[in-house]
Design a protein around this ligand. Structure first.
Ligand code: 13P
Length: 246
């Protein structure tokens, strides 16, 4: 099975309207041999989706509420993201889990909401440094995967991102054998729950301090099908260097 690489940028709480110049640069760079997804803050989703319409760059959200609508001040539904032109949404990012107390069942409900709205769900998992030091990495990410991915997963509607919490924004990354160990385990766990066909098609992204200098080595791993990039996705020049490595 050949999985088409996916390089996704997560701008987190960064980006004003003037940052559309970075999107324009991604579009102008032409179609690479990878899918490219940019997840700007909610304020930019609609304008970026309009700008990227017809190009190879897809636009996604960084989170959604599990409900389609209702009295949830400050929240955004998956249906609203779809209406704004998004095709995917990140759910269960460790910053959401930590800052907003989201647990696996919340993340699972959000992934279901994404599918209800026709979006691809990018489900994030990852261990803390203390969990890695305690030798619990595979147990932690395995439990997160089991608890956060709904039963209706398919190769088309699910992407899984492995992001070690201690590697996010720190400039530190696991060594490639550590990344490979986790990704191999994630693939095996998807296969035992959903069968080989689904597991072979789901793209597994690595995230955490991916930059142009380390992207080629990480993205070359057999079960790494792309990257989820934070800081290095903010500047098109850096992000393009990562996309070129995919
Ligand atoms: P950095 O690439 O800035 O480490 O962030 C990774 C991340 O959290 C992407 O979702």
């Amino acid at each position: 099975m050949t999985r088409r690489p996916l390089v996704a940028g997560n701008w987190k709480m960064n980006g004003h309207r003037a940052a559309s110049a970075e999107l324009d640069a991604l579009i102008a760079a032409g179609r690479p041999d990878a899918d490219v997804l940019l997840c700007p803050p909610f304020t930019l989703v609609a304008s970026f989706a309009e700008r990227a319409s017809g190009s190879h760059v897809a636009i996604g959200g960084q989170d959604c509420h599990a409900a389609a609508s209702g009295a949830h001040t400050g929240d955004i539904s998956a249906e609203m993201l779809a209406d704004a032109g998004a095709s995917a949404v990140i759910v269960g990012h460790s910053e959401r889990r930590a800052d907003h107390g989201e647990d696996d069942s919340t993340v699972r409900a959000k992934a279901e909401a994404a599918w209800r709205a026709g979006l691809t769900a990018i489900v994030c998992v990852g261990e803390t440094e203390a969990e890695r030091d305690a030798g619990r990495t595979l147990a932690v990410v395995g439990a997160q995967l089991a608890g956060s991915v709904p039963d209706a997963a398919s190769a088309a509607n699910l992407v899984v991102a492995y992001e070690p919490v201690w590697a996010i924004g720190t400039g530190r990354t696991p060594v490639t054998s550590e990344i490979a160990e986790v990704h191999d385990a994630l693939r095996a766990s998807l296969a035992s729950r959903f069968g080989a066909d689904v597991a072979d098609g789901v793209r597994l992204l690595y995230g955490g301090s991916v930059k142009p200098a380390n992207a080629a080595e990480i993205l070359a791993l057999e079960n790494v099908d792309g990257g989820l990039v934070g800081g290095a996705s903010l500047k098109a020049s850096d992000f393009l260097g990562i996309i070129a490595a995919a």
